[in-house]
Design a protein around this ligand. Structure first.
Ligand SMILES: [Zn+2]
Length: 346
């Protein structure tokens, strides 16, 4: 009984130890599992890290590529804007095709060479300076004075003489004999005398064709009698497109065409007749606002005793025109006429 007990106890112990062994084994298995799990986790981690590293590398490469292409684009824009500014300088200053292309090519090659060879900066600037043209180079200005003669006509003539410049006077009949010498003086001093109107009264000049023709012919004869010169150049009082008076201008134009008289309007106005007084600085600004637009500018000014600010502006205007490279001339019948209504349509 006691042995049995003992053996039972022993058996119990053996069983216990077996159980413990099993537990140990279980623990080992669990450990192994934990190790496996750890290993698995480590693998996942390393894969994630690798993937992240690859992604980071790709992002870096992409950024590098983007930055370098951006740099190339910016450099391209700079180059383009440099070339554009060079071209636009040429466009504003150049006149005929040949003059435009030559300096433009020269400047483009200069900009490339100055970018690659910094040491040539001085020479390149000097060459670019030489290539830049004045705004009026190759362009002609026809100064025209309407409504004279007046107390100011001789002042105008003296200023024109001072700068050796010729102009055109669209004259009216004198109010009294004291002005009569001035017509011939205009011609003798080398300027063009042209027909404006005998009476300059819109209601008379534009009342009907007979009246219009009589006004033109009277003034043509008047000029001839005082100067010995037959003028074939005319300016409509108020301009060819004005609607002053009763007449349709098409009849007037047909009449002038039949007489071989060329009429000139203007494409640049000094604005000196806009108000009773226009400041000289405003007159100059009005002229230079439009002057660069045309190869041939016909500038409207007035020769009238009340237009003192025109006389004050004149010298400064002429000096500036000459400084900017414009050529100043008097009109003649061979100059392409500036017309608000084209005579060729009638
Ligand atoms: Zn007038």
């Amino acid at each position: 009984m006691g042995k049995k007990h003992n053996s039972n106890r022993k058996n119990g112990t053996v069983q216990n130890s077996k159980i413990q062994n099993t537990k140990v084994q279980n623990v080992k298995v669990q450990d192994a599992k934990v190790q496996d799990a750890n290993l698995h986790n480590d693998n996942v981690k390393s894969i994630v890290i690798t993937v992240l590293a690859v992604l980071l590398l790709l992002v870096n490469i992409f950024t590098l590529v983007s930055v370098s292409s951006l740099k190339r684009e910016v450099a391209g824009l700079h180059k383009a804007s440099e070339q554009e500014s060079l071209i636009s300088t040429e466009n504003t200053s150049g006149v005929n095709g040949e003059d435009k292309t030559e300096p433009s090519k020269q400047n483009a090659s200069e900009s490339v060479s100055s970018a690659t060879q910094g040491s040539n900066a001085d020479t390149s600037t000097q060459q670019t300076g030489e290539a830049v043209k004045k705004p009026g180079e190759g362009k002609t200005v026809y100064l025209t004075f309407d409504d004279g003669p007046s107390n100011n006509t001789r002042i105008v003539l003296d200023i024109l003489d001072k700068y050796n410049v010729k102009a055109t006077f669209f004259v009216v009949a004198a109010l009294d004999d004291s002005y009569e010498d001035i017509y011939k003086e205009i011609v003798d001093r080398g300027h063009t005398i042209a027909i404006h109107s005998y009476c300059h009264d819109y209601n008379v000049v534009y009342s009907d064709l007979d009246s219009f023709a009589a006004d033109v012919q009277s003034m043509r004869d008047y000029i001839y009698n005082l100067t010995g010169y037959t003028s074939n150049i005319y300016r409509f009082p108020g301009g060819s497109s004005s609607t002053l008076g009763n007449m349709d201008r098409s009849d007037c134009i047909r009449y002038l065409n039949a007489q071989g008289i060329v009429y000139f309007d203007w494409n640049v106005s000094s604005g000196d007749a806009s108000f009773s007084f226009v400041p000289p600085s405003q007159i100059e600004a009005n002229i230079f606002n439009d002057l660069g637009t045309y190869d041939e500018s016909v500038v409207l000014m007035h020769d009238s005793s009340s237009k003192t600010s025109t006389m004050v502006a004149l010298e400064s205007v002429i000096k500036r025109m000459l400084d900017e490279g414009y050529t100043l001339k008097a009109l003649d019948v061979n100059v392409k006429p500036v017309q608000q209504i084209l005579s060729t349509n009638y």
